[in-house]
Write a protein that binds this ligand. Sequence first.
Ligand code: C2E
Ligand code: CA
Ligand code: CA
Ligand code: CA
Length: 275
Amino acid sequence: AKALGSGAVRLFNPEMQQSISRRLHLEAALRTAIDEQLMELYLQPQVDIAGTVTGGELLLRWQDDEFGSVPPNEFIPVAESSGLIVPLGNWVIEEACRLLQQWSKDADLSQLQLAINISPRQFRQASFVDYIEACMARYQVPRGRLELEITENMLIDNVDMTIKRMSKLGDAGVRFSLDDFGTGYASLAYLKRLPIYQLKIDQSFVRDVLTDINDAVIVETIVGLGESLDLDVIAEGVETADQAEALRGLGCTKFQGYYFGRPQPVTYWVERLRT
Ligand code: C2E
Ligand code: CA
Ligand code: CA
Ligand code: CA
């Protein structure tokens, strides 16, 4: 038999074995963290052109005893592939509804929107719509306050099912925002057919908006698209005053990013928004 050359790819090299093992361990730790309710939600504010906070996005945080702080970009894919995203996502939905109920009783907070991220696997669950409707009813969530961030690619999966579910939730008072807009494959035709109220300009176009003319043109195009389709447009990942200024110049009227406020425990922002 031919000996494996130094450049040959073995089926299981040590690095692969290590990453598979880390993934399995992460999955087990994540399961425990969900069961024991050790996951946390941080809130990042979203602001309008005047700098007034209009709401915020909830972002999962996980501080594990063994692994330390694991970023969502690492544990969300594990949750997706293992199916743990369903109980985890349901918990996020319930927490959002619970917060919106609390906020609805406070004049300083009652007008705020609260956005949560929805994974494709969650959205495809047969019980997805019923679960959200039941949560909204249980916590008496006012119409127009709960916002679901979905990605373009989710829309093209199964268009008829998607339209049906989104319309049903739209009727129940849920708003949809298209996350990471500009990086996916949704056709413009869908934007017209679906009950979407906001496009979120992906942070990859915001990062170099001052130096890369292509990114500036993309931002301007998305803003124009929003105007023609009567959709809100928000820029995410805004880190500096200069970026915010440039985005304003390109017609952006809503912003999210470290410059306006970092993700912090919900109570941190709630204390600052109470006047
Ligand atoms: P995303 O939905 O695109 O969220 C925005 C990410 O950008 C967040 O990262 C946020 O902390 C970060 N960010 C905010 N402002 C800035 C900024 O000015 N500069 C930079 N460089 N980054 C900024 P995070 O919290 O690490 O989350 C990463 C991704 O994990 C999210 O991307 C989302 O796709 C996913 N994720 C987070 N929480 C959830 C959740 O509850 N459910 C689901 N399904 N996915 C989640
Ligand atoms: Ca998001
Ligand atoms: Ca995003
Ligand atoms: Ca993203």
